[in-house]
Design a protein around this ligand. Structure first.
Ligand SMILES: [Zn+2]
Length: 242
């Protein structure tokens, strides 16, 4: 197949091979938020040969985004939506990837339409309320979800899957409203966005062990990493009857 040379090195990974590459090429990954997490995640998924990326973000790049949102450059500030800025670069990076863009606020009303056909959705958001909308959609549509969150020099990642793991309402029983804007170091967002891309590739190809019911916590200030179990919340209104 044309263009397979691009993927030769990842196809050498045990268990990935030609079959895994075909699965990636036939997959759709939704990315909710094309900022500090979504930029590296989209870049590495495009590099891996995902067939179709669905990007959703209502914002336009701001100069204060540029320390971490690496798909947006100086020329994009105030000039076009983040999804258009990202799509332009991703298409030039790997022309074989189809990119669908939604420059809209994703809500409980439109989420099923925005992420129609997605095999995996990445939570690249920066506040809790839209994350819960995404978590509910993931359960309703049985779409695996890769959550990540970063602040300062810390971050976390986990995988949510209907019937197999607790959901984001279990993880965030009380939605704390964080102060805005919050501190964030660019490379920290980069690392956690890359972890999301890797989890998505693992879910699609079946390679490795995804972070189902496990929360990977990273403290990049002190280089402390640990994986803890995520427990279902008692009487969770969303995933209670697992
Ligand atoms: Zn739950």
């Amino acid at each position: 197949m044309e263009g397979r040379e691009r993927y030769v090195r990842q196809m050498m990974i045990p268990g990935l091979g030609e079959d895994g590459q075909n699965k990636l090429a036939e997959s759709t990954v939704g990315i909710m938020g094309v900022g500090g997490l979504g930029s590296p995640a989209a870049m590495y998924l495009a590099g891996a040969g995902i067939g179709r990326l669905v990007l959703a973000d209502p914002q336009t790049p701001d100069v204060t985004n540029l320390n971490r949102q690496v798909l947006h450059w100086q020329e994009d500030v105030g000039s076009r939506p983040k999804v258009a800025s990202a799509a332009w670069k991703l298409k030039r990076f790997n022309p074989s990837v189809d990119i669908e863009t939604h420059a809209v606020e994703v809500t409980a009303e439109n989420i099923a339409e925005v992420f129609r056909g997605a095999d995996v959705i990445l939570d690249c958001l920066d506040s809790i309320p839209p994350r819960l909308v995404l978590s509910d959609h993931a359960l309703r549509s049985s779409t695996p979800l890769v959550h990540a969150a970063v602040e300062g020099m810390h971050g976390q990642v986990t995988v949510v899957e209907k019937g197999r793991t607790p959901c984001l309402r279990c993880l965030f029983p009380r939605a704390p409203e964080r102060r805005s804007p919050f501190p964030i170091l660019g490379p920290v967002a980069g690392v956690f966005g890359c972890l999301q891309a890797a989890e998505a590739i693992k879910l699609i190809t079946g390679v490795g062990r995804p972070l189902r019911s496990q929360l990977l916590l990273g403290d990049m200030e002190h280089n402390c990493w640990e994986t803890i179990d995520v427990l279902p919340a008692e009487n969770c209104p969303a995933c209670g009857e697992r």
